[in-house]
Design a protein around this ligand. Structure first.
Ligand code: TTP
Ligand code: MN
Ligand code: MN
Ligand code: MN
Length: 378
């Protein structure tokens, strides 16, 4: 190497599960732009285009160097003509006309705002938009709009739960959940998953995700309901700890083959919570309408409870990132004739389920090099 070229010496795989992606993003200006377009095609329900922009963005995130001109990207996978045109414009002028137009588009802005509320997905956001609603006050004042319990909590705690969760807050929550878990079953297994398992350098997440299970077969569901009961009973300075709780019972059925859908929800018992965390004055104090003059904040927490023999699959599936998971499944299917989801790995050639007790077992079954959680930020 003569040091004059910044092009990669090693080939970059089209699969995120064959790349190492930390939270250090050397191409943030480009990936932010591509993700705006991905999101706008998601709102428009054009999944193919959405995915194309997400893949392009993900490849750029994995690069240990900054793209300076389009020539630097020669040989990189997943960069289509459209993505390249957007990149070229930004590299040359600092802006992309299409991205700026999208960002100033009323529909994009409104759907982005509405989907930022806990419990409001693209379908509901679209319906509200078509009904002429443009702001939260429009929604809250509109006659005939029924908000479900989740959405009501989403609006009630909007300021707090749209504010990033710090590592210190995630740790405090871990202690709180751990205490509840120990009180129910001393031999339970509790592990941090989701974004906070992937971040090393990065300090913030949008919620805190945990896997909880027990070595006693069939007891994992009771464990989860036990933890919820315990949290409900716990009071801190006159207030309950649980501000919101949606519990989904297990619909897990071993006979089912892994789903072909990428975004399919898994069938384990789980709950989506909003927890009241005391001592919220971490990292520069509280902000926003809710924050002033209080010593607490609301935090989103997810708990999932797989049976112990499904633990490795659930951990791998919940650690993310979403793009990493999509490509793990795509790789399994296209390159190995295997079906992977949060519950199982099925070999279509051998017609058998492959057992795993650790994530490493699953990577090995797939013939993939092990990728550490903090390298899965695809
Ligand atoms: P999220 O908590 O939504 O995302 P994240 O933790 O990766 O990032 P953030 O900091 O923004 O919270 O989901 C975590 C992972 O769990 C994600 O890869 C998707 C997966 N997941 C499932 O597999 N099944 C589910 O039912 C849900 C809700 C998530
Ligand atoms: Mn998360
Ligand atoms: Mn998220
Ligand atoms: Mn989550």
């Amino acid at each position: 190497p003569d040091g004059t070229s910044s092009t990669p010496l090693l080939t970059v795989s089209q699969y995120a599960c064959k790349r190492r992606t930390t939270t250090v993003n050397n191409n943030k200006i480009l990936t932010d732009a591509l993700e705006v377009l991905a999101e706008s095609y998601e709102f428009k329900e054009i999944p193919g285009r959405c995915l194309a922009f997400r893949r392009a963005s993900s490849v750029l995130k994995s690069l240990p160097w900054a793209v300076r001109c389009l020539r630097d990207t020669e040989g990189l996978p997943c960069l289509g003509e459209h993505s390249k045109a957007v990149m070229e414009e930004i590299l040359q002028s600092g802006h992309s006309f299409e991205v700026e137009k999208t960002l100033s588009d009323e529909k994009y802005q409104t759907l982005k705002l509405f989907t930022s509320v806990f419990g409001v997905g693209p379908k509901t956001a679209e319906k509200w938009y078509r009904g002429g609603l443009r702001s939260f006050s429009d929604v809250l004042a509109a006659p005939g709009i029924h908000l479900n319990r989740m959405q009501q909590s989403g609006f009630l705690h909007y300021g707090d739960i749209s504010r990033a969760v710090s590592k210190a807050e995630a740790r405090a929550l871990g202690n709180l959940i751990d205490e509840a878990v120990r009180a129910v079953t001393p031999d339970a297994v509790l592990a941090l998953t989701g974004g906070f398992r992937r971040y090393r350098g990065k300090e913030f997440g949008h919620d805190v995700d945990f896997i909880v299970t027990t070595r006693e077969p069939g007891k994992e569901e009771k464990l989860l309901t036990g933890i919820i009961e315990r949290l409900k009973q716990q009071v801190s300075t006159l207030f309950g700890l649980l501000l919101y709780c949606e519990y989904n019972a297990s619909t897990f059925d071993m006979v089912k083959l892994p789903s072909h859908q990428f975004e399919a929800m898994d069938h384990f018992a789980k709950c989506f919570l909003i927890v009241r965390l005391e001592g919220g004055r971490v990292e520069g104090g509280l902000h926003g309408a809710e924050g002033d003059g209080r010593g607490w904040r609301a935090v989103r927490v997810d708990l999932v409870s797989p049976p112990m023999d499904r633990y490795a699959f659930a951990l791998l599936g919940w650690t993310g990132s979403r793009q990493f998971e999509r490509d793990l499944r795509r790789f399994a299917r296209a390159e190995r004739r295997m079906l992977l989801d949060n519950h199982t790995l099925y070999d279509k050639t051998k017609k058998e389920f492959l057992a795993a007790t650790t994530e490493k077992d699953i990577f090995a079954h797939l013939g993939l090099e092990y990728i550490e959680p903090w390298q899965r930020n695809a």
